[in-house]
Design a protein around this ligand. Structure first.
Ligand SMILES: [Zn+2]
Ligand SMILES: [Zn+2]
Length: 135
């Protein structure tokens, strides 16, 4: 008869699984870069050396867990085209939970000069300051 795994053992297994997944996820970029020419599939720009960082792996079905070894779910996109690709997808009603790409919304202070105006007015009250514009 087998004894059930202890909670400690279970945690260990979970940790191993998680580490495995992490390694696999880090690995897919390397693999994709080996499989494909270092060219953005969308805009056709070439990347090499330091700029290779700007070339990212896009998952065609937007499922980051879906990493077939033949690379059929991958596409190399530069960061700009990659962004665009996800925007397109999102506007089609799909939300990619993996990338919290929050756009800065409209600022609550619509016109920063409103505040500045108040500050200048407050200054006017003080006598003797900034009176050069008289006359
Ligand atoms: Zn591109
Ligand atoms: Zn993507």
């Amino acid at each position: 008869m087998k004894t059930p795994p202890t909670p400690e053992r279970r945690d260990q297994i979970l940790a191993e699984l998680r580490r495995d997944a992490e390694i696999r996820q880090k690995g897919y970029r390397e693999r994709a870069l080996r499989l494909f020419p270092h060219v953005c599939a969308s805009c056709g720009r070439e990347f090499s050396g330091k700029r290779l960082r700007e070339l990212t792996v896009h998952h065609k079905d937007h499922d980051h867990q879906n990493n077939p070894t033949d690379g059929s779910n991958w596409e190399l996109l530069c960061i700009y085209c990659h962004d665009h690709e996800h925007e397109k997808y999102k506007s089609a009603g799909y939300v990619d939970g993996s990338a919290p790409a929050e756009k800065p919304g409209p600022s609550p202070i619509s016109n920063p000069f409103d505040k500045l105006g108040d500050l200048l007015k407050a200054k006017d009250v003080e006598p003797g300051v900034e009176k050069k514009n008289e006359g």
